[in-house]
Structures are given as C-alpha cells and as structure tokens.
Design a protein around this ligand. Structure first.
Ligand code: EAX
Length: 335
C-alpha cells in the first residue's frame, strides 16, 4: 500500500513539474531556480565598479548555493557607452549594468535631479540622500524604464582634465572642447561656463583626447586613474563640480522571472556591496591624486568652488523649474 502511495506521489510531482505548475517561487523553495547573469560596465577591471561587481558575484553565488552565477564584463567589452549598455539591458542582451546615472535621464527624466551641479556638499550628504527616501524613490521610478535598480553605488565627484592649460577659475575653461556624458544638464553646465561641450560615449574618449579632437573631459579621480587618462591629459582641476552616482541595475524582465527569496537576497547583497564599493573609491582618492601627479599631471587644488557654482547657476536655476524647488530643497535640506 505504502509503495503504491509513494509511486502515486512521485507521479503527481513529475506531472506537476512537467505542466510547469511548480512556479518560480516553488522552485526557489526547492532551490531549483538557476540563472547565468551577464554584468557589464565600461571601466577597467581595477576600477571600483568592477571590484564591487566581483564581490557582488561572489556573494550571490555563495548565497544561492551556486544557482545564480554573475559573470562580470568590464572595460566596455559589451558596449562602448553607458547609454548603449542600458539599451542592451532593456533589450535583454545584458542582464545587469553597473555604471553612472549620467545617461539614465534619457530613459527616465526623474533621476536627472542628481545631475545638478554642486547639489551635494560632501560624501556624508550623498549617503544620507541616496540611502534615504529620496534615493529609494528615484530607484523605484526606474521601473518605468524597465530597469530594476537595486542600489546606488558610486562614481564620485567629477573633476575637469584638459591638455591645453591650467584651469582654476571658470574663465580659464572658456573655449575648451570638453567631452561630457550624453546628459543635457552636464552639457548646459559647461556651456554656461563658456566651454564647448562634446557629448560622447566613454569608449571613444581616450582616443579623442589622444588625437586632440577634444581638449578635455571630466570624471571622478577613480575613473581618470583607472582609465590612464593621465597619458593623454596634462592638467587636472579638482573642481568637484557635480556628484556622479552609479547604480546597479537588473533588467526588470529578468528580475520578475526570479523567485521572491532570490530577489530579496540580490537586493540585500547589492545594498551591502554599495557601502563597500563607495568606501573603496573614497579611501583611494588622495593616493590616486598623488599617483596622477607622479605620472606628470599638474594638479590644481586651489579651486574657487563658489565661482564655479556662480558660473553654473543658470543650470541650477533651470533645474528648479524642471524638477520643482521642493524636491531640490528636500535634497539640499537633508542633514
Ligand atoms: O561611469 O561616461 C562617463 O564619463 C562615466 O563617468 C564613466 O563611464 C564611468
């Protein structure tokens, strides 16, 4: 009798499984859900995005008992620009993106509020905003663009480099051809300063600087250092004119195929690694600036930030109209 019940039970299980009646959540409970995720970034393997991504991949593999494997493709292996990578995530050819929020405004305008020059006072202010309700709302809003944004990681405060001259005050940048991200607010900020913004995919920038088709670019120290920008740029001005968040994004379609318990594990892991990844860049910043100087860059530290903020004020004023003064004040007022 028991033997007959056993066979009957097994038959039912096989039938249910074959009919797909055991959904993804049941599969997770039974630890059957499996996924191979392709994670793409533009920066070199040594950059903090990919150090964070490697940690994320290890933890996800461990916490899923090997069911979910994340393979990291750094250095633009899967695409030359971040907009291109994001489009690939929407199309499902890339599963996970880690990169700046710069081009994301083109997919969902809300996050563009973070591109306002001189919005953040310091890293402490950044963490309070991005890890608080304002940041969470911006991450949630990205579902409208088919992105499941798990956590804010960090690109950093952006600084100007150029090959022509020392730049201390905004007038020194007048007429320089400065590569910007494909981001209207960044372009407007450099226009306001009197420079000529040239939007360009990151993968094309090093050669454009080498061939002098552009004079300069702006990026955080960790990007300037890891991409060896010192080989093609002489001057570094520590303007810190805008804070550049990064974000870890999973394709929403892929996310929705996952069992709830795996989603929760990925979310928890992304948030944990966010703190580690941000600290990596912050702890290395001064050492990397010293190394850039050793590599021959002329580092300008004596930057009058109030003058730069005044020069970029038209963009800051315009942003209040675009995003609403109360939303901006909520960020400025976060202590
Ligand atoms: O995300 O395109 C850029 O300038 C970005 O800051 C860079 O790719 C790192």
């Amino acid at each position: 009798m028991i033997k007959r019940l056993g066979i009957l039970g097994l038959a039912c299980f096989v039938l249910l499984n074959l009919s797909g009646c055991i959904g993804s959540s049941d599969k997770a409970e039974k630890g059957e859900f499996k996924a191979q995720l392709k994670l793409a970034s533009l920066t070199p393997a040594s950059h903090t995005y990919n150090q964070g991504a490697a940690k994320f991949a290890d933890l996800v593999k461990e916490r899923s008992n090997g069911r979910i494997q994340v393979t990291v493709y750094p250095d633009g292996q899967l695409g030359k620009g971040e907009r291109e990578l994001l489009e690939a995530v929407q199309q499902g050819t890339i599963d996970v993106y880690v990169g700046s929020t710069g081009p994301i405004g083109g997919f969902n305008p809300d996050i563009g509020i973070l591109d306002i020059p001189f919005l953040f006072n310091d890293y402490g202010h950044v963490d309070k905003v991005l890890d608080g309700p304002v940041g969470q709302q911006l991450l949630d809003d990205l579902e409208k663009a088919q992105f499941k944004a798990l956590a804010f990681w960090e690109n950093g405060f952006r600084n100007l480099t150029n090959s022509r001259r020392a730049v201390r005050v905004p007038a020194d940048a007048k007429g320089l051809k400065i590569r910007t991200m494909e981001n209207k607010m960044h372009m407007a900020a450099w226009q306001a300063v009197g420079a000529n913004p040239v939007p360009m995919a990151w993968g094309e920038v090093y050669m454009a600087l080498q061939q002098k088709t552009i004079d300069g670019q702006e990026n955080p120290v960790a990007v300037i250092h890891s991409a060896k920008i010192y080989e093609v740029q002489k001057y570094l001005s520590l303007t810190q004119h805008v804070y550049s968040p990064a974000v870890l994004i999973v394709s929403l379609k892929k996310w929705q195929s996952m069992p709830k318990q795996d989603q929760e594990m990925l979310l928890k892991t992304a948030r944990e690694v966010a703190q580690v990844q941000r600290k990596l860049g912050r702890d290395m910043e001064e050492k990397q600036i010293a190394e850039l100087s050793d590599k021959g860059m002329k580092v300008e530290r004596n930057i009058d930030k109030a003058a730069w903020r005044r020069a970029m004020q038209p963009v800051i004023t315009q942003a209040a109209g675009q995003f609403g003064k109360e939303k901006i004040d909520a960020i400025l007022g976060t202590k």
